[in-house]
Design a protein around this ligand. Structure first.
Ligand code: ADP
Ligand SMILES: N[C@@H](CCOP(=O)(O)O)C(=O)O
Length: 318
């Protein structure tokens, strides 16, 4: 349940008085999501999402994310356009927390993506990369490869708690990744978290992407690697090569990969699995029992790491 902060009727009225969005007809908290408090607002002029930024998102980085959403929407990419108040401000404060209102997007995310969904989503990512080209905002990837070993220095005991012997295995992965991590790949603005819950479909077609709060500058192929992990594993832990090839084919319809990007994908996918394993491991042990939001399972990503460790010929003929 991702509503950490309640908003009273009076607070909502005071906020809406700043905007030209009409009068409130309905206002309710949204259960999905883990990072921020999200509310669906229906007014006499339309539907909107109001977000209160709660924890991981740093207030001084919000202009980067909100301007990116506007940049993408201006270029025809289906991302929610932030709504400005009467004074042209998109970033507001509610209950002493940074807040913003964005357009409501229609569409549904899927829990169990099919091969056809993977193809569509791959195309959506390429469209995101192309639309983001030239975005002047800069944000280093603070969860990129150089951050993993220092993060793990604090998490060795947690890894052992999760599974005895795991700390040494992860240390081995990290050493390999530091050595093999590719440099010089085509880079730009990446989404960095395009999981199935952040993609909307309408009638089976890619309809929109949401949740840009991990976006940053990094290799485009790394973004694809994040998706290979998030979209192409079966519930039993096996990797679905057909889904992976569909995702890559969908991507390449819009932005063909270079030979260097294709060659780098297995190590990038191994690294992308490490990134989500580490943040999940951190959250697993730092979220108090009884907290509103249940942390995501690090073991899911430990299993994905094992698949990459064993070696994947992802793309032989993709
Ligand atoms: N622009 C939007 N249009 C429609 N629904 C949205 C929009 N933004 C967010 N949502 C809804 O809110 C939920 C949580 O949003 P998300 O950005 O993933 O939150 P969090 O950052 O907390 O994980 C989504 O699963 C979706 O249902
Ligand atoms: N996708 C991440 C968690 C971030 O959650 P989101 O709701 O902001 O997409 C994970 O699966 O670990």
């Amino acid at each position: 349940m991702a509503v950490y902060t309640d908003i009273s009727d009076e607070e909502l009225d005071a906020l809406l008085a700043d905007y030209d969005v009409g009068e409130a007809l309905a206002f309710k908290g949204i259960a999905e999501g883990v990072e921020n408090s999200n509310f669906l607002l229906e007014t006499t002029k339309g539907r909107f999402i109001l977000t209160l930024y709660e924890r991981r998102v740093k207030a001084d980085e919000l202009p980067y994310f909100l301007n990116l959403m506007t940049w993408l929407a201006d270029r025809g990419f289906p991302s929610a356009r932030p709504v400005a108040d009467r004074e042209g401000r998109v970033l507001k404060t509610v209950r002493e927390k940074p807040a913003a209102m964005v357009e409501f997007l229609t569409g549904l995310s899927v829990r169990r993506p099919t091969v056809a969904h993977c193809r569509e989503a791959g195309g959506g990512l390429a469209r995101f990369h192309l639309a983001g080209d030239g975005y002047p905002g800069r944000r280093a990837n603070d969860l990129g490869q150089p951050s993993w070993a220092p993060m793990f220095d604090r998490l060795g005991a947690a890894a052992e708690d999760l599974k005895p012997g795991l700390a040494a295995t992860i240390a081995g992965d990290l050493a390999m990744l530091a050595k093999a991590w590719p440099g010089g790949l085509p880079s730009g603005t990446i989404h960095a978290d395009l999981f199935p819950d952040n993609v909307f479909f309408r009638e089976g077609r890619f309809a929109a992407a949401i949740d840009f709060y991990f976006a940053c500058d990094d290799a485009y192929a790394y973004d694809l690697a994040v998706m290979l992990n998030a979209w192409c594993f079966e519930a039993d832990g096996s990797f679905n090569l057909t889904a992976a090839r569909a995702l890559l084919a969908g991507y390449q319809e819009h932005r063909p990969l270079s030979a260097a990007e294709r060659e780098a994908l297995p190590v990038l996918a191994h690294g992308a699995a490490m990134r989500f394993f580490l943040t999940r491991l951190n959250d697993w042990f730092s979220t108090p029992t009884g907290a509103l939001v249940r942390p995501k399972d690090p073991l899911e990503y430990e299993r994905k790491l094992a698949v990459h460790r064993a070696g994947l010929d992802l793309l032989a003929d993709a």
